[in-house]
Ligand binder design. Structure first.
Ligand code: SF4
Length: 935
């Protein structure tokens, strides 16, 4: 491409056509002051601070909007420009009615640099109210506002929320939320992006107000969802005083959601577990306890006492009744290194494949289904790829803007900025539906019929990619014969989606390629979860949307490291890197690597898979499983039919819980081991798009709490000593000095992580697995050229109705999910006061029609009942749900737990429960007292 030659401040510069003078100056290390400008935002040239002189132009012009020309001669700082800038800043100071002393903002640094002052004779405007908006996260002080509009553009262009607007004219102009209301009423998502871009402090982080300035920043990865945003922890002494954007963060840039930016309060929460605790009966030698339900008092003990006790008991159970009477739960909240160690502990030290984690409850059907289609069960493309290249997108069963908010905002940008066509298929009118070309509102649990209907229309119109099918896929004919039965009329009858909308959806998805499919738990948490995933695999094979930029199968993983926990083999059927436990070769490889010698040599590991979470808990109840060791998971809260799950945990003979906060499950524990939060340990998380990222220790754990990897290793050493076994295989030992060493072991034993190391990550390399060797760059897009299993396999999938349907006694269809301001069981977010201020209790969405029939008004206390239990909540009357459907979030414990209602029916392949559909009824609570009593 032809370059442009120009001169800036006497220096020759070469640049690309189309660049602005400001960009070229910055590329050549020349600083031009700006205020309204930010490289992420559309330039508006309104503050005029970046004026430059250009030979041949009569007046100075804004460098942020001026495109370069060949031969241009530019001066960026002359006495006249300096004087002009001082004047501009002085005028801005006239409307800046806040104190300037002691404040350090972008604006005030420029004021000082240019010596600007309020001009003599000009009266400052009267001050406005300080902290004028009740939003608990963003502090509004319009005394500092200079109307640079960075907040407006950030909210519009990045978040896609359109909260802020200028109101009034001339000197009366001011910033308002929507039509001069509060931020939350203007549908603000409290992401704090406006504050992050504000150069004056007019909008700032309320949680940091009045706190000491940080003395260091530590870059790490968010502890909430699988998007994997990076952020800077702002630290003072051993406390987080704020979180700020890490502008070069590869996934998210400046963007964070409300939980990532403001949900850190749990880290320094007063309830953090600080000391190992055991039940007193264990110390007094009265075990087994007299009554299963009566675990008695806690006693704080030393680590030696607690770990000796756990090691002795686990070894005793192993010797007495076999390793398979012990179950281990790893954690999608913990690091890759910790999950690797947890499954190594189960397999090598205890000798069981009974290891699982909460992926069972969210994406087990994705992993199984995609492996059946393609041989690999992960997101095929990256978030940046699909938001930049997809011409169309199908979002099905994903409330993306609330559950994966930064990715949700990126999808909104793709729609708004480049016209990507969006089809949303969801029984609820979720926020994303507002941005959709088409919203399909299928009945809950009818996804297979819906997808088959679309497939049938594609085939009937010849819109399939026959070449892709012929060259790269197999078993097409049986699939084709099956979907032929799903005519639009049949599908409309099952799903409730109009025939015309089915045709419209098929046409958009088939004729705008590449098309990306995005899904989450709305697809997976069904008894037909695996079949749902197979249907989506069919769709993308039929349209040839695999192995290409902008296409792919894109399941959004829930927890921060659920992808990594699966990769690490914290699953009962696979070793790390999805090497099947049924494989003789894999068993031999791990037996050699983890070899132990001693009185009892390393046992040959079974080639039978172990038990899943959803099998371990019931068997703990009936005594088949005698001991459970749970790290960072909360089955008492998160399992379906929670009343039964709690009864099983209560009956469990020996329960060890390793946690950072007292969870619902901790109530049933015999031993409580205090772990470290994400901010207190080193490690890695793998985000939903298979990107491996560093987690960095910024704080010391509270009290005697320890990083989980160190606890597991110490426990393993103790059990091995009791067994009189000594590590002798190359990777059999447990003496890790730091998590980097654990990653080296992972790389040695996990082909897809073979080239991953802390050195590479610290150098800033962006690694998406598979990373096949130290020189391999990683694999942002899967299935290019061929599938992991060779050919992609079509599956003939028939619609199966949900396990439980509404009836006369329970006439409503209950579906469950999450809300923006909480995360999963809420163990972390319920400890963040500002999040609780916005969402303090469960609201159950009910249609206006059903509310009228039940005589309910908005916010009335209600009791939701199913065949399994009762949930106390308040009614949120909204047309987000259709008549006959109610939606409950599952973030609250005890009587407010939606899982008191859900059904423990499982997908037969993935063993994932059907959280998304059960029959329920709603009663008005007699008065508010009923709700309180139910708590
Ligand atoms: Fe954290 Fe997810 Fe929010 Fe990003 S989108 S800040 S990873 S919760």
């Amino acid at each position: 491409m032809k370059t442009v030659n120009l001169t800036i401040d006497g220096h020759p510069a070469i640049a690309q056509p189309g660049d602005t003078v400001l960009q070229v100056a910055q590329q050549h290390g020349i600083s031009i002051p700006t205020l309204c400008h930010h490289p992420d935002l559309t330039p508006v040239g309104s503050c005029r601070l970046c004026l430059v002189e250009v030979d041949g132009l009569p007046n100075p012009v804004s460098a942020c909007t001026l495109r370069i020309r060949d031969g241009m001669v530019v001066r960026t700082e002359t006495p006249a420009l300096t004087e002009a800038r001082r004047g501009i800043l002085s005028l801005l100071l006239c409307s800046y009615t806040a104190p300037v002393d002691g404040c350090d903002t972008e604006f005030l640094r420029l004021v000082r640099r240019y010596g600007a002052q309020v001009p003599e004779g000009i009266e400052p405007e009267p001050p406005c109210a300080v902290d004028s908006d009740p939003n608990p996260f963003v502090r509004v002080d319009l005394n500092r506002c200079i109307l640079c509009t960075r907040c407006i553009r950030a909210c519009n262009e990045i978040q896609g929320r359109f909260v802020w607007h200028p109101a009034g004219r001339g000197s009366d102009m001011r910033l308002v939320a929507a039509a001069d209301t509060t931020m939350l009423a203007a549908r603000c998502e409290s992401c704090g992006l406006c504050a992050a871009y504000c150069p004056t402090g007019a909008l700032s982080d309320k949680l940091s107000a009045g706190l000491p300035q940080p003395d260091r920043l530590v870059r790490t990865t968010c502890s909430y969802c699988g998007v994997g945003c990076q952020l800077d922890l702002n630290l003072k002494d051993n406390t987080i005083v704020g979180v700020t954007s890490a502008p070069a963060a590869p996934v998210n840039g400046m963007a964070l959601c409300v939980k990532g930016r403001y949900g850190y309060g749990y880290v320094n929460h007063a309830e953090r577990l600080r000391t190992p605790q055991v039940r007193r009966y264990l110390l007094e030698g009265t075990a087994p306890r007299a009554r299963p339900a009566d675990r008695g008092e806690w006693a704080a003990v030393s680590w030696e006492t607690a770990l000796d006790l756990v090691a002795t008991k686990l070894e005793q159970v192993r010797r007495d009744s076999g390793a398979d009477t012990i179950g281990v739960l790893a954690s999608a909240k913990c690091t890759n290194e910790e999950n690797y160690l947890m499954q190594k502990f189960a397999r090598q030290v205890l000798g069981t494949h009974n290891v699982d984690h909460c992926a069972r409850l969210c994406h087990a059907s994705t992993v199984a289904g995609l492996a059946m289609c393609f041989g690999s069960g992960a997101m095929s493309n990256t978030m940046t790829d699909v938001t930049q290249h997809a011409q169309a997108m199908l979002i099905i069963g994903s409330n993306t803007t609330e559950q994966h908010p930064v990715f949700g905002a990126q999808i909104r940008q793709a729609v708004l900025r480049r016209g990507m066509k969006l089809v949303v298929a969801d029984p609820r009118r979720i926020d994303m539906a507002e941005f959709a070309t088409l919203h399909l509102r299928q009945r809950p649990g009818t996804d297979i019929a819906l997808i088959n209907g679309i497939l049938q229309i594609v085939l009937a119109n010849g819109w399939q990619d026959q070449r892709f099918i012929d060259e790269r896929c197999e078993d097409f004919d049986e699939f084709r014969a099956t979907v032929a039965r799903y005519t639009p009329e049949v599908v409309a009858g099952i799903t409730g989606v109009a025939v015309v909308d089915l045709h419209h959806a098929a046409e958009i998805l088939a004729r705008s390629r590449p098309m990306a499919v995005v899904w989450a738990m709305g697809i997976t948490q069904h008894t037909s979860g695996v079949l749902n995933v197979l249907s989506l695999g069919n769709l993308q094979m039929l349209l040839g949307n695999l192995g290409v930029p902008g296409g792919g199968v894109n399941p959004l993983r829930g927890q921060n490291n659920v992808q990594g926990a699966c990769d690490m083999g914290a699953l009962p059927n696979v070793y790390p890197g999805y090497q099947p436990v049924a494989s003789v070769e894999a068993a031999q490889r791990f037996a050699a690597a983890w070899r132990l010698t001693g009185t009892e040599a390393y046992p040959a590991l079974s080639q039978q898979q172990g038990l899943t979470v959803t099998e371990l808990t019931p068997r703990a109840g009936d005594g088949t499983i005698r001991a459970l060791y749970i790290m960072g998971e909360d089955p008492a809260l998160t399992e379906p039919d929670a009343n039964n799950a709690r009864a099983c945990l209560e009956a469990c003979e020996f329960l060890v819980v390793q946690e950072i906060l007292p969870s619902a499950t901790a109530e049933y524990a015999d031993v409580l081991l205090p772990g470290a939060s994400f901010a207190e340990k080193d490690g890695t998380f793998t985000n939903t798009e298979r990107r491996i990222q560093r987690v960095r220790r910024a704080l010391d754990p509270p009290g005697e709490a320890r990083p989980d990897w160190a606890i597991i290793a110490e426990l393993a050493r103790r059990v091995l000593r009791l067994q009189a076994r000594v590590p002798s295989g190359q990777w059999a030992g447990w003496n890790y000095a730091a998590p980097a060493q654990i990653m080296d072991e992972i790389a040695a034993l996990t082909p897809s992580y073979a080239g991953v190391s802390y050195d590479r990550l610290e150098r800033g390399e962006q690694l998406h697995w598979p990373v096949k060797s130290y020189n391999h760059p990683g694999t942002p897009i899967l299935h290019v050229g061929s599938f992991t299993r060779g050919k992609g396999r079509f599956h003939a999938v028939d619609y199966l109705p949900p396990h439980e349907q509404p009836d006369a006694e329970y006439p409503l269809l209950l579906t469950t999910g999450r809300v923006l301001y909480h995360w999963h069981g809420g163990e972390l977010t319920r400890r963040v006061a500002a999040l609780m201020e916005v969402c303090p209790e469960p609201l159950v969405e009910i249609s206006p029609e059903d509310a009228r029939a039940l005589g309910l008004r908005h916010a009335d206390p209600i009791l939701v009942r199913s065949r399994r239990g009762t949930m106390a909540a308040r009614a949120l009357i909204t047309d987000r749900v259709a008549p006959g459907v109610v939606f409950a979030n599952f973030h609250f414990p005890g009587p407010q737990n939606a899982n008191n209602l859900t059904v423990a029916a499982l997908d037969p392949i993935a063993k994932i429960p059907e959280y998304k559909v059960c029959a329920a009824r709603i009663e008005a609570a007699v008065d508010g007292g009923t709700l309180n009593a139910a708590r």
